[in-house]
Design a protein around this ligand. Structure first.
Ligand code: PGA
Length: 267
């Protein structure tokens, strides 16, 4: 695949924000404000808001091609797991899921092995997966960032054949929710590390067909630096994904890249 032909994706991770009574309206507003040709849009609200978001998007002309994603799935299909949600339960509610977000690695002690099992369950339920990887600040300062990210990719994906179901979000942990972003060139370099690891896992195209997003304090003001990098295919947006103005600016910038890629491939 021509690298430039990878899809451009903007995913919003709403984390533990919104309620079933306000999530639908927010989703509809964002859908209207981000109706850019060529950009794949995904909204990931809390579990209890999935139905409201699905319904609001279905009722909105600009929302029909906005995908709905979960923020997590359990690593088992069913069983005595109080308070958990399994991948098959999402049928009809979501078509994507995030896996291995650093907040879950931190707060729910998720390991690469567990994330690997979650991905198995997600694939069985035909969910597309946004796998999150990223180093801590001390890893970066000690020069270990690339090794950490490579190990996360290999560990989380071992046994899975990379394919169209997979998107990877490079999210340096020190950039999440801090207002501090990585530099575009560092994110692009890490996209190279990620794609080489995908090649080790048997990706036929050496990972060149797998979209790599940047995540960590992305706003309308910082998106340009990332979308200017050919190795970066979009963003996983947290805090700013709750703000329609920010999402409009982020998706508008992503749309420029999407149209440039479409133009280059048809030229
Ligand atoms: P942030 O979160 O944009 O608020 O830094 C990104 C994420 O956690 O996916």
């Amino acid at each position: 695949m021509i690298p430039g032909m990878r899809p451009v994706i903007v995913a919003g991770n709403w984390k533990m924000h919104t309620t079933p009574s306000d999530a639908g309206e927010l989703a509809a507003i964002i859908a209207r404000r981000t109706n850019e040709p060529g950009v794949v849009r995904v909204l990931c609200p809390p579990f209890v808001c999935l139905a409201a978001v699905r319904d609001a998007l279905a009722a909105e002309a600009a929302g029909r091609d906005v995908a709905v994603g979960a923020q997590n799935v359990h690593h088992e299909v069913t069983g005595a797991f109080t308070g958990e949600v399994s991948a098959p339960m999402l049928r009809g509610l979501a078509t994507w899921t995030i896996a291995g977000h650093s907040e879950r690695r931190r707060d729910a002690a998720e390991t690469d092995e567990l994330v690997n099992q979650k991905i198995s369950r997600a694939l069985e339920a035909e969910l597309r997966v946004i796998l999150c990887v990223g180093e801590q600040l001390d890893d970066r300062e000690a020069g270990r960032a690339e090794t950490v990210v490579r190990d996360q990719v290999l560990g989380s994906l071992r046994g899975h054949q990379p394919g169209p179901w997979l998107t990877i979000a490079y999210e340096p942990v020190w950039a999440i929710g801090t207002g501090r972003t990585a530099r575009g060139v560092d994110a692009a370099e890490m996209a190279g590390v990620i794609r080489r690891a995908l090649g080790e896992l048997g990706s036929a195209a050496g990972g060149e067909d797998v979209p790599v997003l940047y995540g960590g304090s992305v706003t309308g003001g910082s998106i340009d630096e990332f979308m200017a990098e050919p190795a970066i295919d979009g963003a996983l947006v947290g805090g700013a994904s709750l703000k329609p103005d920010e999402m409009a600016a982020i998706v508008a910038r992503a749309g420029l890249t999407a149209r440039a890629r479409a133009g280059a491939s048809s030229a």
